[in-house]
Design a protein around this ligand. Structure first.
Ligand SMILES: Cc1cc2nc3c(=O)[nH]c(=O)nc-3n(C[C@H](O)[C@H](O)[C@H](O)COP(=O)(O)OP(=O)(O)OC[C@H]3O[C@@H](n4cnc5c(N)ncnc54)[C@H](O)[C@@H]3O)c2cc1C
Length: 462
């Protein structure tokens, strides 16, 4: 029993199934809830994620106040200085661990500092379904291939849930007066309604659609996926609560829960390979002679490549902070394999723009797309942006939503406007190269160039 505790919230902005919060409330007489707004992390976030995070904190503060009468204490600055300094006034500090290189380094410093200040440290895993080290091969290692990992993941028992109760006898300390500053930092409406309750509402809506997941998940014009990625990123809902509620009673449910295990796999992988965002897991691919053309990169970022499905995805990302998974794969493949631009450029751009940006998921998936990762699409698998667009957005609903200047084209031409007859383009109000860009590369030629660049490092000439 600790008489006074500090709970340091990070990527677990909820009270339910939050092991650090629950342990502290059970073991303490008085408790302070803390979040440190860290400038190093804030600097990497674009406006969508920044606004979402700030709004999540306001919502968490209200939730804590509603449940306990206390408030979330906000501090602005460097956690490695702030947490140990505060720790001197407490018997114990609680937090949920994280896998990123930045977080693991920071937490080591904080742990030493807190102990030096005379307080105990209690850490748990509250952000993943299964903690790192709990899903291993027969040899006791992390599988380098996803499917065997998934098979073990699926039969691994979930650690007992902390018995969450809203009936706290612990006294939670009150407002230190930082909340007005927090609200003043919010520049725009956050992309999603914030808070644990809103996340649970999204989960509840998703339960009505999840059975169709396998049939619907690849079609970006429909509501075929859960859109829970930002909730998982901020921790407004726990992955095991999601999987417990979804269950495996249909193929769609099984397929969906399997995706949650990808999230664990990349997180476990990052912990063992902290350079996931910096180095190719297959080192030979770090020798690729990338083209890295700045102006083509800018066209990709701005959604001005002349390939409608690529432009639609990038515009959805820029406008909302989220992009459909199928389209993430298409735009990623286009950047790496049509423009021959280093996957790390795309990873960095996504990391800034996505509300669900998460180093493990982002770098892992970029390495998958680039063919450089542990279990990746083979390098010679190059998505054709036109056939992908025709297959997954046949009616053009997604394209018309995000590239409205092409909306009047018919369902065939909209995927590749340059095939349109001049009169048809004119009557749709389109002048290629003026109202909409001409394609910045020729897909067939770009494909050959990429295959040659990959082959050169795969089978170097003696
Ligand atoms: C290039 C690229 C970059 C990506 N970057 C990120 C990222 O930064 N953060 C992120 O959370 N996801 C990332 N993804 C994975 C995936 O695109 C998103 O998780 C998904 O689109 C989120 O939408 P959803 O919640 O509706 O997904 P759903 O299809 O409803 O899936 C449910 C959950 O499963 C997990 N999941 C689904 N697919 C994947 C996957 N391929 N890898 C890991 N977890 C998955 C996510 O947590 C997701 O919220 C990336 C994919 C690609 C191809």
């Amino acid at each position: 029993m600790s008489s006074s505790s500090l709970v340091w919230f990070r990527r677990d902005l909820r009270l339910h199934d939050n092991p650090a919060w629950v342990a502290a409330t059970q073991r303490s007489q008085s408790l302070t809830a803390l979040y440190v707004l860290d400038d190093t992390l804030l600097a990497t976030a674009g406006k969508h994620r920044r606004n979402q995070l700030l709004a999540e904190l306001v919502a968490l503060d209200r939730h804590i106040e509603h449940v306990t009468g206390g408030r979330l204490h906000i501090r602005h600055g460097d956690s490695t200085a702030i947490v140990p300094k505060l720790a001197g006034s407490f018997d114990a500090v609680y937090w949920n661990s994280d896998v990123t290189p930045y977080a693991t380094r920071r937490d080591r410093f904080v742990l030493d500092g807190v102990r030096a200040a005379g307080a105990d440290v209690h850490t748990s895993w509250g952000t993943l379904h299964h903690p790192p080290g709990s899903v291993l091969t027969g040899k006791g290692t992390l599988s380098k291939v996803f499917t065997p990992f998934y098979k073990v993941w699926r039969r691994t028992g979930v650690a007992p849930w902390p018995a969450t109760t809203d009936d706290h006898s612990v006294s939670v300390t009150a407002d230190p007066g930082q909340h007005r500053e927090l609200v003043s930092l919010i520049t725009d409406e956050p992309p999603l309604p914030p808070g644990e309750e809103a996340a649970l509402d999204r989960l509840d809506c998703w339960l009505g659609r999840v059975d169709q997941y396998n049939d619907a998940r690849d079609f970006p014009a429909t509501d075929g996926t859960s859109m829970l990625s930002a909730d998982l990123r901020f921790g407004t809902v726990s992955p095991r609560r999601i999987s417990a509620l979804v269950g495996e009673a249909s193929d769609g449910r099984q397929g969906f829960v399997r995706q949650l295990s990808w999230r664990d796999w990349w997180a476990h992988t990052l912990l063992g390979f902290p350079d996931l965002a910096r180095r190719s897991v297959r080192p030979e691919y770090d020798g690729i002679a990338w083209n890295n053309d700045e102006s083509e990169f800018a066209s990709w970022c701005d959604g001005q490549t002349g390939y409608p499905i690529v432009d639609a995805g990038m515009r959805q990302l820029n406008e909302t902070g989220w992009m459909h998974n199928r389209v993430r794969m298409i735009v990623g493949s286009f950047l790496v394999k049509d423009l021959l631009i280093d996957w790390r450029w795309g990873e960095r751009y996504f990391r800034r723009m996505l509300i669900d940006a998460d180093i493990a998921q982002n770098a892992g998936n970029w390495q998958w797309v680039a063919g450089t990762g542990p279990d990746a699409a083979p390098y010679f698998r190059i998505f054709n942006p036109i056939s992908q667009s025709r297959k997954f957005d046949a009616g053009g609903g997604y394209l018309r939503r995000w590239v409205p200047e092409l909306a009047a084209l018919d369902d065939k031409t909209i995927h590749e406007p340059w095939i349109g007859a001049p009169l048809d383009l004119a009557s749709a109000g389109i002048v290629l190269g003026d109202t909409y860009p001409a394609p910045i590369v020729d897909h067939a030629k770009a494909r050959d160039r990429t295959l040659a660049a990959y082959k050169a490092v795969k089978n170097p000439k003696p």
